[in-house]
Design a protein around this ligand. Structure first.
Ligand code: ZN
Length: 365
């Protein structure tokens, strides 16, 4: 029917029934669906003395959706082709979701978002999902969220893609955050390293303007670079990984040695207020991060290195020792040649990156 409208131009429903050989009821049903999807508009007209419905193709307003799944929240955004955010939502994930149920949960969030008034007339063209870790087979538990079971990304891609009827891409949160930063930076952002310091340190890599995720989506495990041969054991089985010094749990554990445990917010407040122990731990973590980042920077020679994650409010307490160590440890021209900054993008950064990445798969009529 779309082909008929494309080749012969606007037509009444009766004309469409004749040209396609479909029944009047079928044509009416298909037209209703296409109108809901924003692909055609209908107007009343008069044809051979009788009232008729004129159908004409509309330029389809495709949008790309991005969803970030984390242990406790799902951030979702709809992006216009130019990259502007059309609508967004943040939904708590209250109950543990098993791998198989993730497609249904994500579809539900997207259906609500597409039903918003600001998304009226938009058609979903592609969707991207950002996951905190990719394993190839899924089933990995997050270190800070034992109830959370990651969906196997291949299943998610196939089942969600089938349900939504659009191409679905799945990549790591760090890679999608890096891509969102690169696409929002002015000028040359072809080589960028995004370092997320959270439950672990994960790096998002952009090379040649595109996210680089590696053979099995596992690239960017900066947190498992060994920085101390005699350090604490890491959950990967090695000892002295960056994560054992520079991660939210490691820093809070170091601070709690000999004192009452504090929350992350309290730790940040105390460090900023001048608490020497909190400042020393933050500085040590930032130096360890700089050491590992120097190794990564020596390989990809990034133009931008951006620090993100919940420790951002530490500001210069994090940034200065990091930059100092990076410049000292990386080859001259690499550490001092990179622009180092704290992320200024919001909580939906990975969802926006996933939508931007998915948007490349949108095909129009
Ligand atoms: Zn490790």
């Amino acid at each position: 029917m779309v082909e008929s409208l494309l080749s012969a131009g606007p037509a009444t429903q009766a004309m469409l029934a004749r040209s396609t050989g479909l029944s009047a009821a079928t044509v009416s049903n298909v037209v209703s669906r296409l109108r809901r999807e924003g692909r055609v508009r209908t107007d009343f007209t008069v044809s051979t003395g009788r009232r008729a419905v004129l159908v004409q193709l509309q330029a389809v307003k495709f949008v790309a959706a991005g969803i970030e799944v984390s242990g406790d929240r799902m951030h979702a955004v709809l992006l216009r082709p130019g990259g502007d955010v059309l609508a967004g939502s943040s939904t708590p994930v209250s109950d543990p979701v098993t791998g198989a149920d993730w497609s249904a949960v994500i579809s539900g969030v997207l259906t609500l978002l597409l039903g918003r008034p600001e998304a009226e007339g938009s058609t979903l063209g592609a969707a991207g999902v950002a996951l905190p870790a990719l394993t190839g087979s899924g089933r990995e538990q997050l270190p800070d969220c034992p109830d959370f079971l990651l969906p196997p990304e291949e299943d998610l891609q196939a089942v969600l893609g089938m349900g939504l009827g659009v191409p679905v891409t799945v990549a790591s949160t760090a890679a999608m955050s890096a891509f969102a930063h690169a696409s929002r930076l002015e000028g040359n952002s072809a080589a960028l390293l995004f370092l997320n310091v959270g439950a672990e340190v994960t790096a998002g890599i952009v090379i040649g303007g595109q996210p680089y995720t590696g053979h099995a989506g596992l690239a960017g495990q900066l947190g498992h670079i060994r920085i101390n041969d005699h350090g604490f054991p890491c959950r990967c089985g090695n000892r002295g990984c960056l994560n054992t010094v520079c991660s939210v749990p490691a820093m809070l554990a170091a601070y709690a040695a000999g004192r009452a445990p504090v929350t992350l917010q309290e730790f940040v407040v105390r460090a900023i207020a001048g608490d020497p122990a909190a400042q020393r731990i933050a500085e040590g973590a930032a130096e360890a991060l700089g050491l590992a980042a120097a190794a990564a920077a020596n390989i990809i020679n990034p133009r931008h290195i951006i620090l993100g994650g919940p420790l951002r409010p530490l500001g210069a307490l994090l940034l200065d020792p990091f930059r100092r160590t990076l410049i000292r440890e990386a080859r001259p021209g690499i550490g001092d040649g990179a622009e180092v900054s704290l992320s200024t993008l919001g909580a939906d950064v990975a969802a926006a990156g996933a939508a931007l990445s998915a948007a490349r798969h949108i095909t129009t009529l």
